[in-house]
Design a protein around this ligand. Structure first.
Ligand SMILES: Nc1nc2c(c(=O)[nH]1)N[C@H]1C(S)=C(S)[C@@H](COP(=O)(O)OP(=O)(O)OC[C@H]3O[C@@H](n4cnc5c(=O)[nH]c(N)nc54)[C@H](O)[C@@H]3O)O[C@H]1N2
Ligand SMILES: Nc1nc2c(c(=O)[nH]1)N[C@H]1C(S)=C(S)[C@@H](COP(=O)(O)OP(=O)(O)OC[C@H]3O[C@@H](n4cnc5c(=O)[nH]c(N)nc54)[C@H](O)[C@@H]3O)O[C@H]1N2
Ligand SMILES: [Mo]
Length: 564
């Protein structure tokens, strides 16, 4: 809606703000450094709202927790918008000046009264009203979101629904107010900025732009194709068609991280050729024809990473890589050599300077300046100045010429999760993360800590009682695609009908055997956050079989039998 893919504010602005909404984000556990900045604001008196179906550990710090039903963020956002409009709290001057499509949007939100939204979302009307008033009235407000918003079949619409709220109130493009999609891995923002996406060259320059391609072709001696490439999930589909037969995976473990793992396995084993370049021998690597051992970019190489506030920072080599493991960049250079291209040996700094010559957003960030300022946020167009810490300040410009294209309101429609609940699959499983683990567990699998309890099916007290389950009991969780056996864990933050698992221990429990491949048509992201499941107790025979395999300790089995 603004024509750029990046969080609009800096962490310092989050400290200096008056109100923060964490929407579908459990930052206390998943972005602890960011959350530390947020807590500084909270301790200064800023108000915090957490919008999450689970009462998470982040919610413990909130003034108000909005425990909505999974997949009902759009009705909630539309009702907030309607309430802002009806109470005369919309920022009309900003709307007139910096946005388009307001009239149509105002008509579109009309059916979403507080009462209608309360019915659909499960959040009381009064609470929605209070959120609307406080967000609109705040001098400075930050709206932050992550996977609770984006891992849905309608992820892009979810994001648009939130951005609408910033357009209504003018909470964007000025110091202390903004929109912050917190990035997943330490350098996922940097990966996108460098062009590791199917439609952009470094610095978000579109491959379809002839001038852009000509610039890169001159520098690289290449012929870059104009058409956009495939997203990861589109690649998986192309494997079905036999359209994609060879895959080179670098630093990804799709066998464990993609939705519907039974299907993923069939796809990956059906390939003619699979290459995996990783720092560990992953489950994906076990299926590969060729494995290229790499060194770890964050501690065994030189380079840069870019965080959620678009800050580029230097990374230094602190450890020698194990014998045989090599820099990703060296492996790629050797591979290019085998393919008949001589890429001269370059230091990380030389590679970075080449990027600066090609990407205007990074042009002013020499290694010397990155040291000097302790990292620099993009855009940084020239070596003699720094830009504001926030994006889209042009929206506030008094001169229409300088203001640029208005940001369009998005009249998005509600649509429920694809995997529907019914009598056979009556529980809503949402999957996510825990503080002590990281993604598919490859990098965190090997340490011991009292924080770790392995995979569990987390459920609330009401469901535990209704199903007659006690904590620690071994159960079968089934979806329309697969089933897993897992221990239960009682979580008082879960409301009736909602259960939670992670994707951190796929060796023990392959959670993605359950998840659905339904993807957002634009982003290509799967609906990991909404699976329909059933939970069954195991029969005595099944428990005995598991015990024989060593899956359940015999004394535990005896204890279970007595408790029954
Ligand atoms: N400790 C740790 N930190 C991590 C990671 C890790 O594995 N471990 N992974 C990193 C990565 S790659 C990423 S992308 C980030 C992800 O960071 P987060 O997005 O914060 O992590 P999740 O736990 O996947 O999901 C966030 C929340 O979304 C909620 N949610 C589910 N469905 C809905 C819904 O329909 N609406 C709303 N509003 N909320 C919903 C869940 O209850 C959950 O609390 O974390 C990063 N940081
Ligand atoms: N059910 C469910 N599934 C999910 C999610 C969910 O919420 N629920 N979340 C999804 C999300 S947001 C994400 S980001 C994905 C994550 O999915 P993946 O990216 O597949 O999972 P990771 O475990 O982070 O795997 C990263 C790999 O990179 C390797 N690696 C680390 N550093 C380097 C390096 O310097 N060089 C090389 N070559 N390799 C390196 C690691 O060893 C590891 O094998 O999972 C997705 N899957
Ligand atoms: Mo992620």
């Amino acid at each position: 809606m603004f024509g750029a893919g990046g969080g609009t504010s800096s962490y310092q602005e989050v400290e200096d703000t008056d109100l923060v909404i964490l929407w579908g984000s459990n930052a206390r556990e998943t972005h602890p450094i960011f959350f530390h900045h947020l807590l500084k604001a909270v301790h200064r008196g800023a108000r915090l709202y957490v919008i999450d179906p689970r009462r998470t550990t982040s919610a413990q710090w909130a003034d108000q927790w909005l425990g909505l039903n999974v997949g009902t963020d759009i009705p909630l956002a539309l009702a907030v918008a309607r309430e802002i409009i009806h109470s005369g709290l919309a920022n009309q001057a900003f709307i007139d000046r910096a946005t388009s499509g307001y009239e149509e949007f105002a008509a579109h939100v009309e059916p979403w009264t507080l009462e209608a939204a309360a019915l659909e979302t499960g959040v009381p009307a009064e609470v929605i009203k209070e959120l609307a008033h406080n967000y609109a009235r705040a001098d400075r407000a930050q709206l932050c979101w992550t996977l609770g918003i984006t891992e849905h079949h309608n992820a892009t619409d979810n994001v648009r629904a939130l951005i609408n709220l910033s357009l209504l109130t003018g909470h964007v493009g000025k110091y202390g107010s903004g929109l912050n999609p917190l990035r997943g891995q330490n350098n996922v923002q940097g990966g996108g900025d460098m062009g590791a996406i199917p439609n952009r060259l470094p610095g978000f320059q579109d491959t379809r732009d002839d001038e852009v391609r000509a610039k890169f072709d001159r520098m690289w001696g290449s012929q870059i194709p104009a058409e956009h490439g495939m997203h990861l999930t589109q690649m998986l589909e192309a494997m079905d068609e036999g359209e994609l037969t060879s895959v080179y995976v670098i630093g990804e473990n799709p066998m464990q991280s993609e939705a519907d793992s039974t299907r993923t396995r069939a796809r990956l084993t059906g390939l003619d050729h699979l290459v995996v370049q990783d720092i560990f021998l992953t489950k994906t690597a076990e299926l590969a024809d060729v494995v290229l051992p790499a060194s770890a970019a964050w501690c065994e190489s030189e380079g840069t990473v870019t965080n959620s506030e678009r800050r580029v920072q230097r990374v230094r080599k602190a450890l020698e890589a194990p014998e045989g493991a090599r820099d990703d960049i060296d492996i790629l250079r050797d591979l290019a050599g085998r393919l008949g291209h001589d890429w001269e040996a370059q230091t990380a700094e030389q590679v970075w300077d080449e990027l600066r010559a090609l990407s205007p957003l990074h042009a002013g960030m020499s290694y010397r300046r990155l040291e000097e300022f302790g990292g620099i946020q993009w855009p940084c167009y020239s070596e003699d100045r720094l830009e504001p810490t926030y994006l889209h300040g042009r929206l506030w410009h008094t001169d229409p010429e300088q203001r640029g294209t208005p940001a369009p309101f998005a009249p998005v429609a509600h649509s429920l999760p694809v995997d529907v609940l019914d009598d056979d699959f009556p529980l809503r499983l949402t999957t996510g993360r825990r503080l002590s683990e990281y993604n598919t567990g490859v990098q965190t699998g090997g340490y011991a800590s009292p924080l770790r309890r392995g995979e569990t099916l987390d459920l609330g007290p009401e469901d535990a009682e209704a199903l007659g389950l006690s904590p620690g009991e071994v159960v079968r969780v089934s979806s329309r695609r697969g089933a897993v056996v897992v221990r239960t864990h009682l979580d008082h933050g879960l409301r009736r009908g909602l259960v939670f698992m992670t994707c951190h221990f796929p060796d023990e429990v392959d959670t993605n055997a359950l998840t659905i491949e339904a993807t957002d048509p634009i982003a290509g992201t799967a609906e990991y956050k909404a699976t329909a499941v059933r939970v069954d107790r195991l029969t005595a025979d099944e428990l005995a079989a598991l015990a024989a395999e060593g899956e359940v300790a015999r004394d535990e089995l005896a204890a279970l039998a007595t408790s029954e």
